[in-house]
Design a binder for this molecule. Structure first.
Ligand code: GUN
Length: 283
């Protein structure tokens, strides 16, 4: 039997409707949640993501503004932009789109964002609080993945979870979140020997390595939940994930598509983080 497809697009739509209701309630109290997105340079993929984020904000009533800086912007100017946004009372969330041009240190920029406005959850304070299980802003993609799994009615506690990829944006926070949900978690990466065998132990397999169609049926235990975080554009213009969908769909129990899986959930969680940040800052 082919895998059940986890429809991230439909789930994200339902979440956006909930967020729109929350925003309307805040607006009645005179609070308009505000998100500032900072984009440096002209990376086409980043432009696409930033446009999608701004559109999603508009649709739910969140104020959003994009600060587009030229590719040769000095690091000090970017840091000053972030500091000004930190101080603005009408901006509750700040997101600096990554990757940044090579002359800018991402760590300096991430550290400069006020932790309670850090809707990406990348600031060391939020990373640390996630690790020790305290309240924090959680990175949007892992939060969206967990939400997806829960909405599908799938159990996490007590399950074997394998995360392929150890990035600060997805792999590491995903592992922390799953641990917090009582999964038994293994994190794999490019130096892991016999990756297919380790992945095959997973009840829940999260793939975030950025290699098109890397994970095939050899990596998947029959019936497993497979979450594909990859968005890879091929030379012919097609978008494909890190999972070989055609092969894995005959083995997995549940599978996310690309596009229409994790991507829309990431944006929905950004909206949720922004509203929660606004609410917390108003208290
Ligand atoms: N680039 C790719 N994913 C992300 C993300 O989640 N946040 C930011 N700021 N940049 C990204």
């Amino acid at each position: 039997m082919p895998a059940t497809i986890l429809d991230g697009k439909a789930m994200a739509k339902a979440i956006r409707q909930d967020v729109a209701r929350d925003v309307a309630r805040l607006r009645e109290r005179g609070l308009v949640p505000g998100l500032a997105v900072v984009l440096v340079g002209d990376d086409p993929a980043s432009h696409t993501y930033v446009r999608a984020k701004a559109k999603a904000c508009r649709e739910v009533g969140i104020h959003s503004e994009v600060h587009h800086l030229p590719v040769d912007t000095p690091e000090a100017v970017l840091l000053e932009t972030v500091r000004r946004l930190n101080e603005r009372r009408d901006i509750h969330g700040i997101l600096v789109q990554l990757p940044l041009p090579a002359h800018i240190r991402p760590k300096a920029v991430i550290d400069a964002v006020r932790p309670d406005k850090d809707v990406d959850g990348f600031h060391p304070l939020n990373v640390g609080n996630l690790a020790i299980g305290d309240r924090c802003l959680v990175p949007c993609t892992p939060r969206g993945i967990l939400e997806m799994v829960k909405r599908a009615g799938l159990e996490v506690a007590g399950k074997r979870a394998v995360v392929i990829g150890r990035s600060n944006i997805v792999g590491k926070p995903m592992a922390q979140l799953l641990l917090r949900e009582d999964a038994t978690v293994t994190v794999c990466h490019s130096k892991t020997p016999n990756l297919p065998a380790v992945a095959r132990e997973a009840d829940l397999l999260v793939v975030a390595i950025g290699r098109p169609a890397y994970v095939d049926d050899r990596f998947v235990k029959p019936g497993a939940v497979v979450i594909d975080v990859g968005i890879n554009r091929l030379a012919d213009g097609r978008l494909v994930g890190d999972v070989d969908f055609a092969k894995v769909q005959h083995v997995a129990g549940y599978l996310t598509p690309v596009p229409g899986g994790v991507g829309p959930m990431t944006i929905a969680m950004l909206l949720k983080n922004t509203v929660e940040a606004a609410d917390a800052q108003a208290k």
